[in-house]
Design a protein around this ligand. Structure first.
Ligand SMILES: [Zn+2]
Ligand SMILES: [Zn+2]
Length: 232
């Protein structure tokens, strides 16, 4: 059973799914008569996401992948079959990872997986770090910002709410922890720099709620105070 969290007009449902308890999120505006929704990440066994969307009569317009590790993409074919018109977004650096079991880590974890490029794929080309960067995507006449947060993987992204009240950060920042950097394409210094540049103030205020790719939600204030890996 997922719990629905609200931030003003925005509703967010979290689904921890699969053997890695990967959090998928469904995001929509309660003001929106059209019931447009986004799905963020596609874990193993995405059935509960589909059933929730049907029950709430939501209409997924986009499936946004925070990165292409297997536990965040395994459910993509099933979601694309259910909503073939939904646009699939992923950072361009990890487009090829969908079909590459080494890069998406499914081979090292013992169950090689190759996912066909979705027909509706729209790669995100975010400007390189150190520039003012980011891209934006519209949901219910508001603009969410997409930030490039490499480190856990080269194409990691964060999705930031229009009023900075919350952010979906994938495996970049966790409650009391950070994403793993012992994988072949991970880098700790890059990850720490991403967190400081894109998530910690001044990028986001301390009040911003953080919804990670695994585990419970947190806030920027709490991580500034408690996170032992990336200090304020
Ligand atoms: Zn990951
Ligand atoms: Zn993960």
């Amino acid at each position: 059973m997922s719990k629905i969290i609200t931030h003003g007009q925005w509703s967010l449902a979290c689904f921890p799914l699969g053997p890695f308890a990967t959090n998928a999120y469904v995001l929509w505006s309660t003001d929106d008569q059209s019931r447009e929704a986004w799905i963020v990440d596609a874990p193993f066994g995405p059935g509960p996401i589909g059933r929730f969307i049907e029950a709430q009569r939501l209409v997924p317009s986009r499936i946004i992948l925070t990165h292409a590790h297997m536990d965040h993409i395994a459910g993509l074919p099933e979601l694309c079959r259910a909503w073939p018109e939904a646009i699939v977004h992923i950072h361009h650096a990890e487009v090829s990872w969908l079909g590459d079991p080494e890069l998406n880590l499914s081979a090292p974890f013992g169950a090689p997986m190759s996912i066909a490029t979705p027909r509706t794929l729209s790669p995100l080309f975010l400007a390189p770090p150190t520039q003012a960067h980011g891209d934006s995507l519209p949901l219910h006449a508001q603009t969410f910002t997409i930030r490039h947060t490499p480190g856990h993987s080269p194409g990691g992204i964060a999705i930031i709410a229009p009023d900075l009240s919350f952010a979906l950060v994938g495996d970049t920042l966790f409650a009391g922890s950070i994403g793993r950097t012992d994988f072949p394409n991970s880098d700790l210094a890059t990850l720490a720099a991403s967190i400081r540049r894109e998530l910690y103030p001044p990028a986001l205020p301390p009040t911003t709620a953080i919804y990670p790719g695994h585990g419970p939600a947190t806030t920027i204030a709490r991580e500034l105070r408690d996170n032992p890996f990336v200090r304020a």
